[in-house]
Design a protein around this ligand. Structure first.
Ligand SMILES: Cc1cc2nc3c(=O)[nH]c(=O)nc-3n(C[C@H](O)[C@H](O)[C@H](O)COP(=O)(O)OP(=O)(O)OC[C@H]3O[C@@H](n4cnc5c(N)ncnc54)[C@H](O)[C@@H]3O)c2cc1C
Length: 501
């Protein structure tokens, strides 16, 4: 394929389809005709309500006003994920966003903390996000005043259906044409490239380039192009979920909760108008009926609907760009939402597509680079998620015993060993999760180093103790000045009552 790309058809109008449509319209709008076809009869998956801080970059790209975006989507702020019962029953820890502590003299902060652990308090005493999350506080503070320390780092929870609808309105104001119809077939050229989508009403939708956002169906990338799927369920064996909304609870917590259960885990996502809940589980270890019972028994407010079942296979499409089709969202693969990474993967796939867009000419090199980067991205996140399952001490429980005894990817084994030796954490620049994330999850999951970097001793014990004490004081004090999360939302971004303009 080497002709100029002037028209793009996006198949599917869930979070992936409308994120792609609005971003492409914003950046490439003047050059491209963009059409999105979705089926209101099929609908969207309707989950995917927790994000990570990088989504702020996407919001900037599409020029969202953050308060307005939260009003439109019944959104709340997210400072962390709390992991309950993951390492052992009765234990919990947080993976907070933002830095933990502050590096000193070229040495990452945690070496000082590990060395002086007996007197230095908890690791999370050095995270402003942790203080704010556990006290249900929030404000937009990029820095702690009069210090060099970062303030809060935040992401969002939002209603998935409202998010797609909000993006849809935005994209259409930027010129994206929307068609509500079912795709009945994919028409290919003699060379195998896709020529058009055949709609159920007989229309043919031609384009130079196609983006497959049809969810688990993968109508173009798999049903037509037979791209293939790399199955990772030997590492991540959960394959089903049940999702159920419940009434809103108080206080409005600014974090997602993930509670490990008998053969999987339960999520809890607080929104302004309701709480999103779900149970991700492994069908080889737990029947659907038991999974439903466990979910309902662990809800902390009244259900608003019956639990809705979803099935999936963890893994990744072998290529995210095949011929003249790029896939994103659930059409590109599935990593369970333990670290809220799927919407992020959509966002980076869009960014990469914009950077490598095949405007004109032979694009083979761009396609290869796109696929290489996408594969690496998925694998970094996969390893991080496996860590939560593998490093558990829930001895005697069949599912957790299997997880602890599995053979993990070499890349993850290497990372764990580096940490065990001398608390070393080394992340590739393009790994989504960097030092403070790996540190919190390794520590929270009970991975312990045998020593630290010897350079720690270059700072006198008295100075080290003073440094750690001052940091703890600053973080705890700064949290005290923040308003409540619910109060902040009420003042700045409370959703309008249904029906209001
Ligand atoms: C249980 C679960 C929990 C999750 N939690 C999170 C989370 O907390 N955070 C996060 O980042 N991600 C999460 N995700 C992932 C997230 O839900 C998805 O990445 C996101 O919603 C994008 O979905 P999508 O747009 O790819 O697919 P969908 O929402 O399924 O949209 C598919 C679109 O394609 C259309 N379509 C399909 N077939 C046809 C056809 N033949 N003709 C016309 N149109 C068609 C549909 O109508 C729809 O518009 C979760 C996923 C699951 C399964």
């Amino acid at each position: 394929m080497s002709q100029e790309i002037r028209s793009v058809v996006i198949a599917g109008g869930g979070t992936a389809g409308w994120m792609a449509a609005s971003a492409l319209a914003r950046v490439l709008g003047p050059r491209l005709t963009i059409t999105l076809v979705e089926s209101s009869e099929i609908g969207i998956v309707g989950v995917g309500e927790a994000t990570i801080p990088a989504i702020q970059q996407f919001n900037k790209l599409v020029k969202f006003n953050e308060d307005e975006f939260l009003k439109q989507t019944q959104g709340t702020f997210k400072l962390a994920i709390e992991f309950v019962n993951w390492w052992e029953k009765g234990q919990s820890y947080m993976h907070t966003f933002g830095p933990v502590g502050r590096d000193l003299a070229y040495i990452p902060f945690h070496h000082y903390w590990v060395y002086d652990q007996q007197t230095a308090g908890s690791l999370w005493d050095y995270s402003l996000n942790w203080f704010a999350a556990t006290q249900a506080r929030f404000s937009r503070v990029p820095k702690i005043p009069n210090t060099p320390l970062s303030g809060l780092t935040w992401a969002f929870h939002f209603d998935a259906s409202l998010y797609a609808a909000y993006l849809s309105r935005l994209a259409q104001t930027m010129g994206v044409r929307r068609i509500d119809a079912k795709i009945a077939g994919v028409l290919q050229k003699p060379d195998g490239d896709v020529r058009a989508l055949k709609l159920e009403d007989g229309r043919e939708l031609e384009a130079d380039f196609f983006i497959d956002c049809t969810g688990f169906r993968g109508v173009l990338i798999e049903q037509a192009l037979k791209t293939g799927y790399e199955d990772w369920s030997h590492w991540l064996p959960c394959d089903r979920a049940l999702a159920v909304p419940t009434e809103r609870t108080s206080p409005l917590l600014p974090f997602t909760r993930s509670t490990a259960l008998e053969a999987g885990w339960q999520w809890r996502i607080p929104l302004q108008h309701r709480t999103g809940n779900g149970h991700v589980y492994c069908s080889a270890h737990l029947s659907d009926e038991h999974a439903r019972d466990q979910l309902l028994a662990n809800l902390d407010s009244k259900p608003l609907a019956d639990p809705r079942p979803i099935r999936f296979v963890t893994g990744r499409r072998k290529m995210l760009w095949n011929r003249n089709v790029v896939c994103m969202g659930l059409a590109s693969g599935f990593l369970e939402p333990l670290e809220s990474t799927s919407i992020h993967l959509i966002q980076v796939t869009i960014q990469r597509l914009i950077l490598l867009f095949p405007h004109v000419g032979d694009h083979e090199a761009r396609r290869q680079e796109f696929n290489r980067a996408a594969s690496a991205e998925y694998e970094y996140i996969r390893d991080f998620i496996i860590l939560h399952y593998y490093a558990n001490n829930r001895v005697g429980e069949a599912f957790w015993d299997d997880c602890r005894n599995m053979k993990i990817p070499d890349s993850l084994a290497h990372k764990i060993e580096l940490f065990r030796e001398t608390a070393g954490i080394f992340c590739a620049a393009d790994d989504l999760f960097q030092l403070s994330s790996w540190l919190q999850v390794m520590w929270g999951q009970g991975v312990r180093p045998r020593g630290t970097h010897p350079f720690v001793e270059a700072i006198a014990p008295h100075d080290r103790a003073g440094y750690l004490r001052d940091l703890r004081k600053l973080f705890a004090g700064a949290a005290q000045t923040l308003p409540g999360h619910a109060e902040f939302i009420a003042q700045n971004c409370a959703a309008r009552p249904p029906g209001a303009a």
